[in-house]
Design a protein around this ligand. Structure first.
Ligand code: TYD
Length: 136
């Protein structure tokens, strides 16, 4: 998938003096049905996460709290995207290599995924990923 298919998506915001509310509906705000939710938290300063691409799984990343950067790469182009709002997420199609760093203290990264966890869906080796992209 080309890097242009990675998209920042603005989610609805219900502003309220009691606190704001944002929601995400699969196949409406994001173009896939949500089959799994996971989150990264208690990330120590200076730690890197990610370092893989997924063969079929679509994902949507939101900084629920704090901020972090996502570096996306499609085998040709690389882009660094900062996530720092609870109402904005980053859609990542399959076959995008992603790394995450710059986690602020106390940040939480929520990930909505189109598929249940399956290790066979991962490229964790960068060279294997590059080979697959060049052959596609
Ligand atoms: P990993 O993919 O390395 O995390 P990240 O990309 O965020 O750095 O996953 C860490 C471990 O957690 C690895 O052993 C796989 C496991 N895991 C699950 O069991 N289920 C899941 O949904 C996810 C995302 C990971």
């Amino acid at each position: 998938m080309p890097i242009e298919d990675c998209q920042l998506i603005e989610l609805p915001r219900i502003a309220d003096p009691r606190g704001n509310l944002t929601f995400v509906e699969g196949c409406r705000h994001i173009n896939f049905a949500i089959n799994r939710v996971f989150y990264l938290y208690d990330v120590p300063g200076g730690a890197d996460r990610g370092g893989h691409a997924l063969k079929t799984c679509h994902q949507f990343l939101i900084a629920m709290s704090g901020s972090f950067d996502v570096i996306v790469y499609d085998g040709r182009e690389k882009q660094r995207i900062s996530l720092n709002r609870s109402y904005r997420g980053l859609y990542l199609p399959p076959m995008i290599w992603r790394e995450m760093d710059n986690f602020s203290s106390g940040s939480v990264c929520l990930v909505l995924a189109s598929e249940a966890y399956c290790e066979a869906d991962y490229y964790r080796d960068y060279n294997s990923y590059l080979k697959a992209v060049s052959e596609s």
